[in-house]
Design a protein around this ligand. Sequence first.
Ligand SMILES: Nc1nc2c(ncn2[C@@H]2O[C@H](COP(=O)(O)OP(=O)(O)OP(=O)(O)O)[C@@H](O)[C@H]2O)c(=O)[nH]1
Ligand SMILES: [Mg+2]
Length: 377
Amino acid sequence: MALRDFFGRLRGGGATQPTPEIPIPGPPEAPPPAPEAPPAEPLPETPPPAPEPMPEAPPVEIPSPSAEAPAKTGWFARLKAGLSRSTAKLTESVVSLLHKRRLDEEALEELEETLITADLGVAASRRIVEGFRRTRFGKEVSDEEVKAALADEIATILEPVAQPLVIEAARAPHLVLVVGVNGTGKTTTIAKLGRHYGEQGLKVGFVAGDTFRAAAVEQLQVWAGRTEARFFAPSKPGADAAGLAFDAFTAARADGLDVLLVDTAGRLHNKSALMEELRKIIRVIRRVDETAPHSVLLVLDATTGQNAVQQVKVFKEMVDVTGLAVTKLDGSAKGGVVVALAQEFGLPVHVVGVGEKAEDLRPFAAKDYARGLMGLD
Ligand SMILES: Nc1nc2c(ncn2[C@@H]2O[C@H](COP(=O)(O)OP(=O)(O)OP(=O)(O)O)[C@@H](O)[C@H]2O)c(=O)[nH]1
Ligand SMILES: [Mg+2]
């Protein structure tokens, strides 16, 4: 079955509502999602992943396509299409800079500046240029060679962070706390992940921890209905998110759910209020299971570019972030920021969003991302 069918056609609309009240910019507010989707089949469509040896309580994950997999159609094409704006920005500037030019010191310096401008960050840009210097100094290289070599250098940086979000169903449930600035795509990512895990045969629950906004609760409820996830709503608007998380976690354990995805508010009146809220949720769920939360997924919006780097710093101060989801790569020319994030923090990048539809959540694969970014097949 095609991946499109697999994930169905959940579509978010487009309402926006600028908001941030903590000092981290964050984009718009969300719309209700969409039509129903047909049943399941494992992700991704093309490289049928070699099944992992099955341990007793098999972890479930969004499989990472292997670097060698011949994933040149299907999801790879979607990834590439999603990255096209970033690709255009990056390759046009690099090619025009190095076209028919010897890689001398000046050219390499300019290359470094160009990469920084393309959001790869200072450290990663320097590292990439060092790689170039070692292997190609003094040579004139073709456009294709430049792109391929850049893709290789980028893949080397991304490789260590390309890790799936492994759900340990034996935790019964594995609790994923989903955090991030408002509008980055938390709720949509929860829905997409929930759908995927549901299709893997896991029992999924959503917790509407963004309790202050009725619209946020409704949005998640709609997704829960469509993905057949158990839904845990606040008793009333503005109810205590920690209390809700505690009750939901307790009920989810009693009901034998496998994975519980907890949505949180992205905006509170200031950073310390948000930190207190998140820490309280964590304190309280630890009364149910002291190893929780089992994952803390920080959702970042690629369109914010270097601001995403800042957001990781801020959230790492608040909570023990275990991994990243980077969304809206399709709407962004700033896909290079994933390279900056990988270099700077080394946190796992579990998934990337390349569109509003449910199938547009992709496992993060280093080589494919790097080649996609450079417009290569
Ligand atoms: N193009 C595109 N849009 C996306 C992607 N992920 C999410 N969106 C859209 O971004 C908007 C915000 O998404 P939400 O999931 O509501 O974000 P949120 O972090 O829950 O927002 P708050 O609840 O306001 O904090 C919605 O319109 C989504 O459809 C993506 O990968 N690509
Ligand atoms: Mg939300």
